[in-house]
Design a protein around this ligand. Structure first.
Ligand code: SF4
Ligand code: SF4
Length: 148
């Protein structure tokens, strides 16, 4: 046997629920904690541990990298490509150093593995204006964050 519940007019038209919902919406609108920011005028502060775009450290304009091939070896995404060469001031250096940013998962293993502290991950996380997806040596040497 089905039990018939008696409902009053307020319940029939969901008035209480509608008013409760409106109250919660208005309360959050005027007194709630704001979680959005006015980007790009306002920027979020990232943690020091944030891993953003890569850069190659340079000392006196010379890249610290010795093309030891450790970083492409440990890279799980296989996105670092280095071509080694020799020159007068350096026994071994990267003639070509490229990172395919689309493949990179920003794990930071290249940074961990580098014995020369040459490859670093900056705090730059904005890639919407990136013109290219493969960063070459020149771009990597110009790329700097505040984590120098
Ligand atoms: S952050 Fe990880 S995936 Fe990206 S280049 Fe370095 S090792 Fe490869
Ligand atoms: S591990 Fe460091 S020194 Fe070795 S190739 Fe990579 S960036 Fe260069």
């Amino acid at each position: 046997m089905q039990i018939q519940r008696k409902t009053d007019l307020i319940q029939k038209f969901y008035l209480r629920e509608i008013l409760t919902g409106l109250f919660i919406t208005l309360k959050n609108l005027f007194f709630g904690k704001k979680v959005t920011i006015q980007y790009p005028e306002q920027r979020r502060q990232y943690s020091n541990r944030f891993r953003g775009l890569h850069y190659i450290k340079a000392v006196n304009g010379v890249e610290n990298c010795t093309a030891c091939m450790l970083c492409p070896t440990v890279c799980p995404a296989n996105c670092i490509h280095i071509e080694a060469g020799e020159r007068d001031d350096k026994e071994k250096y990267p003639v070509r150093f490229e990172i395919d940013i689309l493949r990179c998962c920003f794990c930071g293993m290249c940074e961990e593995a580098c014995p020369k502290d040459a490859i670093k991950l900056s705090n730059i996380g904005e890639m919407t204006q990136a013109q290219r997806v493969v960063y070459d040596k020149q771009m990597l040497m110009e790329q700097r964050g505040s984590k120098l």
